[in-house]
Ligand binder design. Structure first.
Ligand code: ADP
Ligand code: MG
Length: 266
């Protein structure tokens, strides 16, 4: 079981879109995938058509005493192999309400440890807040994926997120490799191209050498339409996500790439 946290301390950079696109790509490759919505705004849950009111059982229950079993919170989506766990708006006050409950930073990691063998990939869609939920995600993750808008103002946020990932890695004494995905890229603008170069200069091989382009088919869909499995990804945005997935899978298992750069197993 591999756990990927999709995080950035900045909002609107494509975290939820990335979680959905990578999750869908992994499911299309035949993996059993679980997407966990860790954002109180619950955009990911909304993309699966979950109603806001009444709030469904979900991530909040993992922080209860006793915590719920993760498998009891999983819903199957209309896409074969793609399951999800909902977020609730009450997650926003979790930190305040649980101030004197020790050990909550590892609640998600513990829940996932008990979930071994039920999914192949777990993707964690984080909120843009450096708080208890993000700490839970980073503590549990095998890889940190940072979607970053390729524009000058987003570069500070990227540096901050990389520092946070490195700090968690030091404190837990287990590697937390980082994959940076430039998103919402407009190759016609100088600012976009310069930001991409700056990103690559500062963060080297952690940055994907390609970028996810702005694609109106993604913004129009707002994550709501999830084309069926087997169907080729429509549009350049989703095609780019498929290449990004292949890069991340290669980073995860460098020994298994064949000479064409495609993972042997698929
Ligand atoms: P975050 O989760 O980081 O807040 P989202 O994934 O919700 O970001 O994306 C923010 C907005 O940008 C959404 O409306 C989404 O549909 C849109 N969006 C994301 N990626 C793209 C893209 N490649 N092209 C066009 N619109 C995009
Ligand atoms: Mg989001």
């Amino acid at each position: 079981m591999r756990i990927w946290a999709v995080a950035n301390q900045k909002g609107g950079v494509g975290k939820t879109t990335t979680t959905l696109a990578l999750g869908r790509g992994l499911a299309a490759l035949g993996h059993r995938v679980l997407l966990i919505d860790l954002d109180p705004h619950a955009s990911l849950s909304r993309a699966f058509g979950v109603p806001v009111d009444p709030p469904p059982a979900g991530v909040l229950e993992l922080f209860g005493a006793p915590p719920a079993d993760l498998s009891s919170l999983c819903h199957a989506s209309s896409i074969h192999g793609l399951d999800y766990v909902c977020a609730q708006s009450a997650l926003a006050t979790l930190e305040r309400r649980s101030a004197n409950q020790p050990g909550l930073g590892l609640a998600l990691q513990n829940a996932l440890a008990r979930h071994q063998g039920q999914h192949d990939y777990i993707l964690l869609d984080c909120a843009p807040t450096l708080g208890l939920l993000m700490i839970n995600a980073l503590a549990a993750a095998d890889r940190l994926i940072i979607p970053t808008q390729a524009e000058p103002l987003a570069l500070h946020g990227l540096d901050g997120m990389v520092r946070t990932g490195e700090m968690v890695e030091r404190s837990r004494r287990r590697p937390l490799p980082i994959s940076i995905l430039p998103t919402l890229f407009d190759r016609r603008t100088r600012a976009g191209n310069e930001s991409l170069r700056t990103m690559q200069d500062r963060h080297g091989s952690r940055v994907w050498e390609d970028a996810i382009p702005i694609d109106t088919r993604i913004s129009n869909a707002a994550g709501l339409t999830l084309p069926s499995v087997g169907e080729d990804y429509p549009g350049r945005g989703l095609a780019a996500y498929r290449r990004a997935l292949n890069w991340i899978l290669g980073e995860d298992a460098p020994g298994r790439m064949n000479s064409t750069g495609v993972l042997d197993d698929y």
